[in-house]
Design a protein around this ligand. Structure first.
Ligand code: AMP
Length: 267
């Protein structure tokens, strides 16, 4: 790689089955860095459900064609033993965020995520790494890891890419049946409704209303709908400078997540 001649390296870490959301990260990387590395690695340690790991879509040929079109310079698609030793057992203790929101429903997920991202950063040594707002909590946790372990990388959060009808793009959407696909729209619709009606004084009412809207949709089983402080992920309150609404639900057999930023820091 061309780091030694003063080029900056951008990393887009993915699990493949690439869609326009991933490509938007590559596009940001193209604008902000000289050389783009995209990793494709279906990381076993972040799957708490072995069936979910097994059926995770793998489309490497198609991914390679998309990356080439998108102007990606390097594809890093390692076999498992290039990332993990046979008896690798360490993990990072990330503390409280492990138990909030996604953490509650996917025990060990963020230990797996921080583990693999730490290793990817160590191998690729990017100057800038691009992650999606789609995985808001993941971004927060990786930011904390970078800050607390003094990893020399800048992180950029990229906006959520959506289908024309509002569904957040996800590699898992291929598992949705036509019916699921219709029901899944309740997630983005509810987030938008909350955004349109957002008022700091009414947070608990909005949350309740949103839970009811999603609860009333057939085929959708809500894990959580939270209106959280964007920095701590605790329930938002009057002191929150950034506020995010986050949702996770099973639609048919597929678990989806989505979020919307309701209030941003005024910097
Ligand atoms: P994944 O392959 O699902 O692990 O995602 C790889 C990266 O793409 C993560 O940083 C995600 O947050 C990001 N990403 C996934 N879906 C979207 C989307 N719809 N819009 C923008 N970024 C996304």
């Amino acid at each position: 790689m061309r780091r030694n001649i003063g080029k900056t390296i951008g990393l887009v870490a993915t699990m493949g089955a690439l869609h326009r959301g991933h490509l938007s990260l590559i596009e940001q990387a193209r604008q902000k860095t000289d050389e783009i590395v995209c990793s494709i690695f279906v990381n076993p340690t972040q799957f708490n459900d072995p069936k979910d790991l097994e059926k995770y879509p793998r489309t490497l040929e198609a991914d390679m064609a998309l990356l080439e079109q998108a102007g990606c310079d390097v594809l890093f698609s390692p076999p498992i033993n290039e990332i993990y030793d046979d008896n690798e057992q360490w993990h990072l203790d990330i503390g409280e965020p492990e138990f909030l929101l996604e953490g509650k429903f996917r025990p060990g997920h963020y230990q797996g995520v921080t583990h693999v991202v730490y290793i990817l950063f160590d191998i690729v040594k990017p100057d800038v790494a691009f992650f999606g707002q789609k995985d808001y909590q993941q971004f927060m946790i990786i930011s904390q890891m970078v800050e607390q372990l003094h990893i020399p990388v800048k992180l950029v959060m990229c906006p959520i890419m959506r289908e024309a009808d509002g569904l957040a793009m996800s590699s898992r959407n291929v598992h949705l049946t036509a019916e699921d696909r219709e029901h899944a729209l309740i997630l983005s619709k509810t987030l938008n409704w909350v955004k349109d009606h957002f008022d700091r004084g009414q947070i608990s009412l909005l949350k309740k209303e949103a839970e009811q809207m999603i609860g009333a949709e057939p085929g959708v089983e809500l894990d959580y709908f939270e209106i959280s402080d964007g920095d701590t992920l605790h329930p938002a309150d009057k002191n929150s400078k950034k506020i995010v609404a986050l949702v996770a639900a099973k639609v048919g057999k597929t678990r989806l997540i989505d979020n919307v930023i309701l209030l941003r820091n005024i910097e």
